[in-house]
Write a protein that binds this ligand. Sequence first.
Ligand SMILES: [Zn+2]
Length: 312
Amino acid sequence: MFTVTEIISGKHILQMREELLTGMRCKISPERLNRRLDEAFQPPSPPDFCPFCPGGIQTVTPTFSDGNRICIGDSVTFPNLFPFAAWHTVTVVTRDHYREEFSHSEIRDAFLGQITSLQKASGYKSINWNYLPSAGASIAHPHLQGMADRRPSPLPEKYLRSGFAYALRTGEKYGDDLRNHEQKTPRYLLGNELFWYAHFVPLGEREIRCIMPISCIEEFEPFIDDFVDGLLAMIRLYRSLGTHAFNLSLFFDRKKGRHFSAFCSMISRINPNSSSTSDTAFMERLHLEPVILTPPEEVGRIFQNKRMQSLE
Ligand SMILES: [Zn+2]
């Protein structure tokens, strides 16, 4: 499923990893961790005005064509004022501008808001989260974004297309084979029906994926509680490593099908910092070949150690 090529660079040994199904590649260079670019996390300071805080949200955010927003628990969902998809909605997760921790029900209600809003749309759907400005959030107030388009974006399109070809060739579903392959590796993290693991060819730092037993968003709701439990465990893992910002995407097929497993990908990002130091540079933005510092096997080892400690 994957290949590894060693690259000797002076005294250093790097890895080039490739996922055979998609051709996605990355380089792994653990020694670059020693640069210690990340600073200790400082919570975002409250702004003078936030459109997602109570007061702002009811007055400056748009409504759907029926004049309403979708309110589930504390979450509020509405169309994106500045869309970049045919259907693009925002779900504000909490009333608070910043939360030390999220509760299960807060995250579940926000995802339910996304599911409800995306059911009004057709096409290829995704649920996404940029958490904190250093992960690309223009507003620090926690919010999810749902998108639907006639064509999937390049990453899910690779898995949809090559997964179809894989099924024709082997008679198997790639997501099932991947799960069987990863189950007994150091990259395995959590769960079975919802299968959490550190991806072999990470797209970003500490990439964690969840393979879902479904293909389209209409099948998601029965699994939402399990999904939120896993997601909260992964957010705790990131925080225990000192990193608070992350990106998350959950990709779906446009309709129920047999070849594609819906999946979630999340990566940790550098903490917000005053000098605008970035964790993303020419390799990620122009070469499209991320340089990864933490090997996925190390993510698995840290996660299992922390689980053991919490059980003791
Ligand atoms: Zn706010």
